[in-house]
Design a protein around this ligand. Structure first.
Ligand code: RIB
Ligand code: CA
Length: 296
């Protein structure tokens, strides 16, 4: 079975954490490093949480590299109401095993230059600030990225920030614009799809048993709010598409991004840039694959 060589760019965050546990525990990814970005919560906490997840699984072989503390040109959006002030909904994880390295865009460029062109995919789970900085400051290295698979945006569904804007894209619209215009092999996984991959209470209970499964169950349980029946697993969908693209139907759409100061900043608009967008998913198949990787 091929192992995918990946860099995971992330703002953990409860669903990021489940996605990272899946990638590490499944044994199907060769994770070169976790690069962190401010998003769901501030950079110090997202970076600490990335280290805590690696500490939980004893993965001191994988580095955490600290990235952008703020979007390119706007203030960030606070999501503590969903992810908690610790970014993990109060779920207690061990302390990081090692100090984080710095600085994510530079480190990404080093990894890409040291690898065969196209052999490293980037799985982007938060605002795209680090990727935009990599493109701006290390364009030669950025062009060596294989697939760039991004949780972000919303096409036909309603937004989760503005009426038509999604959190990762609304957090840093300028970064989205840079990525869309980069010519890279980009696939977006929008809310239209991620909201269909929903964890139920039964799904959570079935995860329990091993270290990763127990932690994922605790994290998803913390993600349940006000007695809701299920929660969307946004970020794990990026790993699932990387691993099993046949579970998704991907279309090519021509888009641009709303760069206004209005309520829908970061929204995807009709435009001139062709980009691949996952528009439907075999949700049952996706959840089965996710559970397999978490309880392995
Ligand atoms: O809109 C969902 C996205 O915003 C996910 O990546 C979640 O972690 C938050 O960052
Ligand atoms: Ca995220």
């Amino acid at each position: 079975m091929t192992n995918h060589r990946v860099i995971i760019d992330t703002d953990p965050g409860l669903d990021d954490a489940v996605a990272i546990l899946f990638a590490l525990n499944s044994g199907r990814f060769d994770v070169l490093g976790l690069t962190t970005v401010a998003g769901n919560i501030g950079i110090d906490i997202t970076t600490r949480n990335a280290g805590r997840l690696l500490g939980l699984l004893g993965r001191q072989d994988i580095p955490v590299i600290c990235g952008a503390a703020a979007p390119l040109a706007r203030p960030g959006i606070d999501e503590a109401a969903i992810h908690g002030n610790d970014g993990l909904g109060g779920v207690v994880l061990p302390e990081p095993l090692a100090k984080p390295h710095g600085y994510a865009p530079f480190w990404m460029a080093e990894q890409l230059r040291a690898s065969h062109a196209g052999s490293v995919d980037i799985l982007a789970l938060g605002p795209l600030t680090n990727i935009a900085l990599l493109l701006r400051d290390h364009g030669d290295a950025a062009r060596r990225i294989g697939r760039l698979i991004v949780m972000g945006g919303v096409v036909d569904d309603k937004g989760n920030v503005g009426p038509h804007s999604e959190f990762n894209f609304a957090s840093d619209p300028e970064a989205v614009d840079a990525v869309l215009g980069s010519g890279l092999d980009v696939t977006l996984v929008p809310l239209d799809v991620t909201r269909k991959v929903r964890a139920s209470v039964e799904f959570v209970q079935a995860l329990r048993g091993g270290v990763a499964g127990n932690a994922a169950a605790d994290l998803i349980a913390a993600y349940f709010q006000n007695g809701r029946e299920s929660r969307p697993l946004h970020d794990p969908c990026v790993m699932l598409l990387a691993l099993a693209p046949e579970l998704f139907e991907v279309e090519t759409r021509k888009v641009s991004v709303d760069l206004s100061e209005g309520v829908d900043a970061g929204a995807l608009l009709a435009g001139s840039v062709s980009v691949k967008i996952a528009m439907s998913v075999d949700a049952a198949g996706a959840l089965n694959l996710l559970a397999e990787g978490l309880v392995a």
